[in-house]
Design a binder for this molecule. Structure first.
Ligand SMILES: [Zn+2]
Length: 107
């Protein structure tokens, strides 16, 4: 499975740096741009939000998590907390999950 992403970076005082050399703090947002699903079950899991790219959040905040994740919800009286766990292979067809950044924007 291939997930193509777009990343927004905040430029450091030193200027522009290559994507691979960036620190976590310099990443502003990573969003999925295009997904080539490995199998129908993975596509269904994405649609039903059992699995997804980055952090789980309905409102789609800025995301710094560059993984495909399994989501888990812990409900509390004050509100639900969502956790995620990164996966490297499809749990159904065992195909490797690749993440490829195709665009970098600088703020
Ligand atoms: Zn699959």
């Amino acid at each position: 499975m291939l997930v193509k992403t777009k990343t927004t970076l905040v430029a450091s005082k030193a200027g522009i740096f290559p994507f691979d050399g960036c620190t976590a703090d310099s990443i502003y947002d990573i969003e999925e741009a295009e997904i080539d699903y490995c199998c129908k079950l993975m596509e269904k899991a994405f649609q039903e939000e059992f699995i997804g790219f980055g952090e789980f959040n309905v409102d789609r905040p800025l995301n710094k998590n560059n993984n495909v994740n399994i989501f888990h919800c812990s409900p509390y009286p004050e509100g639900a907390v969502w956790d995620e766990m990164a996966i490297e292979l499809c749990p159904w067809c065992k195909e490797k999950i690749e993440i490829l950044n195709i665009e970098i924007k600088l703020l």
